[in-house]
Design a protein around this ligand. Structure first.
Ligand SMILES: Cc1cc2nc3c(=O)[nH]c(=O)nc-3n(C[C@H](O)[C@H](O)[C@H](O)COP(=O)(O)O)c2cc1C
Length: 207
């Protein structure tokens, strides 16, 4: 499917075929596509937790304020942002040198950039921004593999973090219900803003 068609046809699903479970292989194929998402420094500060065990899915539904699509889908993926951003600066720099993104002489400067102390708010912002890109990739990658999704932020973050044992330095960026959607059961797609409402030329406010 071409991208124009894909971006217009993806829907947030609230109804799914029962009993479908994402296999390890399918999950890995999905993330194999998602890992090509761009990220600042190519740091790739994201991780993904697949939840599919029946009891866990029920609990996830409760954590998501009893939204039923999690239980219907039977599978959920949590996209995590890593506030450490660059976890292994030496490995990253080895790649940068190997692929010609910096010279050996520049390594100390880039090492400083990658590891310098930043305010917690800035690190959270960086993690959120990068992992949100990955989350969007995941929605479209799923469609391309014949799966449907519902991106969800209506949930209790503290309960989610406790239930999934997520460390303090990771941010749950998005919960995604994923499975075999039933598009005929969905309401029609809500309209989008017109292009003219969304754009400016050269300066903010300039139409
Ligand atoms: C960050 C984010 C959070 C969302 N949270 C929820 C949610 O908690 N529950 C839900 O049913 N849909 C949720 N949605 C889906 C939106 O309601 C949906 O994308 C929007 O209404 C447009 O519909 P469409 O995706 O079918 O085109 C969320 C979407 C995004 C991007």
């Amino acid at each position: 499917m071409d991208f124009n068609k894909l971006i217009r046809s993806r829907r947030s699903m609230h109804h799914f075929e029962p009993d479908f479970k994402l296999s390890d292989t399918l999950f890995k194929s999905l993330i194999d596509m998602v890992r090509y998402t761009p990220s600042g420094y190519n740091a790739q500060p994201w991780e993904f937790i697949l939840i599919r065990e029946e009891e866990a899915i029920k609990t996830m539904g409760e954590i998501a304020f009893n939204q039923t699509q999690i239980v219907e889908a039977g599978n959920a993926i949590v996209v995590l942002g890593d506030t450490k951003i660059v976890r292994d600066p030496n490995q990253l720099l080895r790649d940068w040198v190997k692929y010609g993104y910096c010279t050996q002489d520049q390594v100390p400067t880039y090492y400083h950039t990658f590891t310098k102390k930043r305010k917690e708010g800035i690190l959270r912002q960086m993690a959120l921004r990068n992992a949100s890109f990955a989350a969007v990739s995941l929605l479209y990658a799923a469609e391309s593999l014949g799966l449907q999704t519902c991106p969800m932020m209506g949930l209790s973050q503290p309960k989610l973090k406790t239930f999934l044992n997520i460390p303090e330095d990771r941010i749950p960026v998005l919960l995604i219900a994923i499975g075999k959607g039933l598009p005929d059961k969905e309401k029609p797609q809500l309209p989008r803003k017109e292009v003219e409402e969304l754009i400016y030329f050269e300066q903010f406010g300039q139409k």
